[in-house]
Design a binder for this molecule. Structure first.
Ligand SMILES: O=C(O)c1cc(=O)[nH]c(=O)n1[C@@H]1O[C@H](COP(=O)(O)O)[C@@H](O)[C@H]1O
Length: 283
């Protein structure tokens, strides 16, 4: 089960997930100028961030929109970045946030668990219901793949729908969580976590404790740390001790060179080390 590999990497390297939401605007101009075009600079930037952090990060979340926006050439960089992670034996979470009926979901599953855009985990939107994830389950069961389902997101708008109360008193996100938690239990690995986990933002202090209590043996992908205001205390409440989730940081790592006044890769390393220390010290 892929979740066991992720669990082991968190044990060895810590819970930080480096977010490769690499906008061309984030790349220092002098670095871009050294390359034949901005696409090769983009890949080289990602490669150096990966090289500088691989021993201290558990995984990498590659946000597809940052590559799609650049068209075919951007998707080439997305592909090359995933290939590079794979060659190094690192774990890639493809942040694609898909949702569709089964016949189309089958294509998404094939597109992101096989071929050019293959990753280890993908993010899915649960809005279309239980059968919308069916086509991914074969990959989870037999092909070492995993899923993170959006449960309670980090944005302010998560209150608009996810926090609404249903007739039975449950929040919408609790209803969603309860449904998918049942499915997830069938895909548990050797450490007790399932390869189907949840995305839980660390920005809603009131809900965090409830979520960890309610989904005790669920592994979380936790965004919202740093740039969106999530703190080490919030994150710690979502982790099950030291190993119950990975904490994503994208902009704070990619733009760390502005804070440390050092090379971008050395700065990214400093940021990941600081973050790891902040989260783990005190657990
Ligand atoms: O699924 C996600 O990764 C995600 C869910 C969520 O609730 N909030 C959220 O910010 N994200 C993603 O997490 C990353 C956060 O980036 P930073 O705020 O720069 O660390 C982005 O790639 C978002 O798309």
């Amino acid at each position: 089960m892929i979740i066991d590999k992720l669990y082991k990497y968190v044990e060895e390297r810590g819970p930080v997930c480096v977010g490769l939401d690499t906008s061309i605007d984030y790349i220092p101009q002098d670095f871009i100028k050294k390359h034949k075009d901005e696409y090769s600079a983009l890949f080289d930037f990602n490669r150096r961030i990966i090289d500088a952090t691989e021993d201290i990060a558990s995984c990498y979340k590659v946000q597809i929109a940052y590559y799609e926006v650049l068209g075919i050439c951007g998707l080439e960089v997305y592909k090359k970045t995933l290939e590079y992670l794979r060659q190094k034996g690192l774990i890639a979470i493809c942040d694609i946030k898909r949702s569709d009926i089964s016949s189309t979901a089958k294509m998404y599953a094939k597109a992101h668990f096989e071929g050019d855009f293959e990753g280890d985990f993908i993010t899915l939107n649960p809005y279309m219901g239980l059968d919308s994830i069916d086509e991914y389950l074969g990959y989870v069961k037999d092909k070492e793949k995993g899923i993170f389902i959006l449960l309670k997101t980090s944005n302010r708008g998560s209150r608009d729908i996810q926090m609404m109360r249903l007739n039975d008193g449950k929040r919408v996100y609790e209803h969603v969580g309860d449904l998918f938690y049942k499915v997830a239990k069938e895909y548990k690995g050797e450490y007790g976590y399932s390869s189907i986990g949840f995305v839980v933002g660390c920005t809603d202090i009131q809900e965090i404790v409830n979520i960890r209590e309610r989904y005790k043996d669920s592994f979380f992908l936790i965004p919202g740390y740093g740039a969106q205001g999530g703190t080490k205390e919030d994150v710690r409440k979502l982790m099950n001790g030291k190993n119950g989730g990975v904490v994503n940081s994208s902009r704070a790592v990619l733009l760390a060179y502005k804070k440390y006044d050092d090379a971008f890769d050395a700065s990214a390393r400093k940021e990941v080390l600081n973050m790891r220390e902040e989260i783990l010290n005190g657990i």
